[in-house]
Design a protein around this ligand. Structure first.
Ligand SMILES: [Ca+2]
Ligand SMILES: [Ca+2]
Length: 422
């Protein structure tokens, strides 16, 4: 409580110079490689040099936005001085297309020598969007100690010393459309010892070749109402989707492609396996790239786009069009899994999309809680219907034997229904 109170007091002392932009009382700050921490950070021309400096001045309980231009930032343990508020996150946004700072290209946080790239601690409603994060000695991104409703979206997180994304004692954390690979620990890890990490969601992430589990849901404090949808979780050294007994209450997991994980795709209880989950190789274009080096200094050419015949590859990844959830419902219009950059359309492709800016929380549209509720409802309806189709089929009856009804079910719940019906 103490640091937060101090932050608020400082914010009051600084006064009203920082009041412009979107939400009332919120400011916009800029960070560029060509910037200077002696600047005020209020325009692209007066940008700060470090993200940490921007984090330091982002005070109060206000939805500030920090736009960060392309380049390699050698810093870490970045935690904002303030926090956002319901539906209006305090947002760190990588400006990879250069639209805000004029500097287009990857925005890399090289956290070598630091425990974390971002460490969001006791700061609810923060969003981290679009960064490339590597080299931390521990987790690439650590969300902890009551950083409720924080969002990690559109990031690439690789070659960190332990986990890719670690969520501890923070409720309702959303992990959306990230590429998490070649980390030395679990890819995405929800847990905690005090508050736990209930109502967490991992949606549309690609989680590949991490040294422990792909996605892990701990139960030291039982987690409730977790949502795991549309992820690709393959080739991790531990368990793919490791849902611990004790955290299964109101768990929803569907349309995940979970395959090739060394200690099993699901743990032995198997309860995490959704009726509509898929298996089989994801057919990425070239995870290690042409240099053959996965992550580390060889990361630039690592290519996790999905092979598809219509984009010129010889085969179709099973992840293409595999979710029943439409692209629009996940705000992934304009984002792409293809080598030709054509935006995803129709049924959402599973896993990470390039060119996505949306985080499901900021901007117009229904509040995140309502959006999640809608996704969860659809997933559980489909689970019930598909489960019924499967058991009926075993008795030689039901939807699988009725062409029209079977087509409608596949339309409603995804093409994997065809596989269920055999
Ligand atoms: Ca490479
Ligand atoms: Ca699609």
């Amino acid at each position: 409580m103490q640091p937060r109170l101090a932050a608020l007091l400082v914010a009051c002392a600084v006064g009203t110079t920082a009041l412009v932009a979107s939400g009332a009382g919120a400011a916009t700050f800029y960070v560029r490689i060509s910037g200077d921490d002696a600047n005020d950070g209020r325009t692209a021309a007066r940008a700060f040099r470090t993200i940490s400096r921007a984090a330091e001045v982002a005070l109060g309980r206000r939805p500030h936005t920090i736009h960060v231009g392309a380049g390699r930032y050698q810093e870490g343990n970045i935690n904002p001085g303030g926090s956002g508020r319901p539906g209006e996150p305090l947002a760190f946004v990588a400006d990879w297309d250069g639209s805000r700072t004029g500097d287009a290209g990857a925005v890399l946080v090289d956290a070598s020598g630091f425990q974390n790239g971002f460490r969001i601690s006791s700061r609810p409603w923060v969003a981290i969007n679009g960064f490339v994060i590597r080299g931390a000695t521990e987790a690439g991104i650590d969300v902890k100690s009551g950083s409720d409703r924080t969002t990690v979206a559109n990031c690439t997180i690789f070659s960190n010393g332990s986990r890719g994304i670690r969520v501890r004692d923070s409720t309702g954390v959303l992990v959306f459309n990230n590429l998490v690979y070649a980390n030395r620990g679990t890819g995405i890890d929800f847990g905690g010892e005090i508050e736990g990490a209930s109502e967490g969601a991992a949606i549309n992430n690609t989680v590949y070749a991490n040294d422990l589990d792909g996605i892990r849901i701990e139960a030291v404090v039982p987690l409730q109402a977790m949502t795991i949808l549309n992820n690709v979780v393959t080739d991790n050294s531990g368990v793919g989707l490791n849902l611990k007994e004790g955290s299964t209450t109101d768990f929803i997991g569907q349309w995940n492609l979970v395959s090739g994980n060394a200690s099993g795709d699901y743990n032995t209880t198997g309860v995490a396996r959704g009726e509509l989950d898929l298996a089989g190789p994801p057919l990425f274009v070239a995870p290690a790239g042409t240099d053959g080096t996965l992550g580390g200094t060889g990361h630039q050419d690592d290519d996790f786009r999905l092979r598809q015949v219509s984009a010129g590859e010889g085969s179709d990844s099973p992840a293409v069009d595999a979710s029943a959830l439409p692209v629009k419902q996940l705000s992934l219009q304009g984002a792409s899994t293809r080598t030709d950059g054509t935006p995803d359309s129709g049924n959402t492709d599973l896993g990470f999309h390039l060119q996505s800016k949306a985080d499901l929380v900021s901007g117009p549209g229904a509040p995140i809680e309502r959006r999640l509720k809608g996704l969860r409802r659809r997933a559980s309806q489909c689970e019930r219907k598909t489960e019924k189709a499967r058991t009926d089929r075993e008795r030689g009856r039901g939807v699988c034997f009725q062409t029209g009804a079977r087509k409608r079910l596949a339309h409603r719940c995804g093409p994997v229904v065809e596989a269920v019906c055999g």
